[in-house]
Design a protein around this ligand. Sequence first.
Ligand code: COA
Ligand code: AMP
Length: 633
Amino acid sequence: MVQGYQENYRRSIEDPDGFWGQAAEEIHWEKRWNRVLDDRTPPFYRWFSGGVLNTCYNAVDRHVEGGRAEQAAVIYDSPVSGNKQVLTYRQFRDQVARFAGVLRNLGVQKGDRVIVYMPMIPEAMVAMLACARIGAIHSVVFGGFAARELATRIEDARPKVVVSASCGLEPKRIVPYKPLLDQAIELSRAKPECTIIYQRPQESAPMVSGHDHDWEELMAGASPVDCVPLEATDPLYILYTSGTTGKPKGVVRDNGGHAVALKWTMKAIYDIDPGEVYWAASDIGWVVGHSYIVYGPLLQGCTTILYEGKPVGTPDPGAFWRVVSEHGVNALFTAPTAIRAIKREDPAGEHMQRYDIQSLRTLFLAGERCDPDTLLWSQAKLGVPVIDHWWQTETGWGIAANCMGLERLPVKPGSPTKAAPGYDVRILDESGDPVEAGKIGSIVVKLPLPPGCLPTLWNDDEGYINSYLSTYQGHYLTGDAGYQDEEAYLFIMSRIDDIINVAGHRLSTGAMEEVLSAHPDVAECAVVGVADELKGEIPVGFVVLKAGVQRDEKEIASELVQAVRDKIGPVAAFKTAMVVKRLPKTRSGKILRGTIKKIADGREYRVPATIDDPVVLEEITDSLKGIGYTRKV
Ligand code: COA
Ligand code: AMP
């Protein structure tokens, strides 16, 4: 790889075929591609068309054959269950190949979908790679979602099989998965043929004979199967993410572009070599988990850490540093919120000092805006570079980053540095013209997106165009607003839609509003993301009751909180709903959510010229004061 950020960036934009063609040499192909960038059918671009490969082979078998058979592939470290387990590449390959046999025995073929609804246990990774091995398309659903969210995903993906476990383990409670899964299947119009349940010792799931199969029993009766050859453009997985409505978007990832891009990022962005230890403290249910717990580190022949625990409370704020020292972690990737949680409980870094963390070279942060305080605190305490980088479920890897393996650029707190190679990032105004340095605009990427990014949405080419490509012709809309400074450093400031980031989790306030509106006493509502010291943002709901409703407002508010928990899930962290007399609106009836947010955050706001009745803003301010908001964070 050529050193130097600028030279790499320039080549990636001017000569994408040469740049990515060279990166693709690092992947094992059954048949080489005909075209690196296939731009015959814009706005749909494909990478490495004509190429044939298998992602599981590249991530697992290749390392067994290439001398890493006895190296740890996965280290499972679970403070919530008290378990630790090391799986070498050979052991991991054997499990993956056998579970692929299990899926085959159940009739799963190339192109069939398999939903994986599992906690952070090695079997979840085994299930994902087994799908990749036989060309089945996995769709992992995060465990903190409620049955209804799971149901929407089942209905859209139409899986042949759902793989799940009896329970997840949260620090203070066991989360039984099977009842949620049963309910989701009941709610969904599409029904999987069967389920496979991994029974955990903490709680066993009741099984329905003939429909629910026991993981261990099936494994005992299955034979290993080999990797099948797949087109580079065949889908590897679908990952649903919050969109601007209650209906999640099925982001598709292909095999070829994904493998090439992720392997390239391991060195170029993370500066990690084969054999080193990489830890993404995220969840396999999120894109960070897909890319950097599972595929990236394995494609690079690294040891990846699968951590089932929290940054604090399992058992203390030293948890991350214990894992780093025990397993010799070289790069750690987490969300700023996790660092804020640690900092809050261990401001002086005393827990950190209990461990030898010399192996750690870099801390990478992403998932939400990184406040300079968090960056500077962790840098000072850890004594290593702390690198913020910006990306999305849709892109699968960093759009902007300080590419540590190419050239370490100076860090500007508050900025994820510059556009990563492959991304032609532009900042546009409402009419599509570029804005000058320092001015905020809509952040877009000129097409084509680099390999590894979404080629489309699952079964929804039109939705792909409408959501991402129709605002600015020839450009992908990131949905983020921000600016670039004179030196091309990017600053990501806010979303232009209703998406909020709660503890690094991407959620749609629109989806929460749908839940609140469905309450029989609610006439109208607004949910806004309010600044929160720990989680970055938390959702707060404002509801206006239907005329004549005389019930206790507190009771209604707690029903609303429960409804969001039941329908979206605990991960939404929706804890505050308040009844207000009216919502501030424009004369044309648009709810002024942005102004409510500013009031709640204690920020200055201008009374919009188009407001229908300014007195409503005073009423909202009073209501927020009543529950302790309208303070600066
Ligand atoms: N299964 C079931 N429930 C889950 C869950 C899962 N996989 N993950 C979270 N939840 C639940 C939690 O138990 C909690 O429920 P509660 O309301 O009953 O307490 C709720 O969802 C919110 O969870 P969480 O976001 O983890 O908040 P927290 O208050 O328990 O912990 C932090 C706060 C900051 C420690 C935590 O949010 C954290 O570790 N964040 C890092 C996030 C991250 O890595 N994101 C990935 C992007 S890179
Ligand atoms: P997700 O798809 O869950 O990864 O969420 C993507 C969104 O999170 C982005 O569109 C941003 O709004 C936000 N985000 C992720 N990383 C960063 C970052 N480093 N800085 C600012 N915002 C970020």
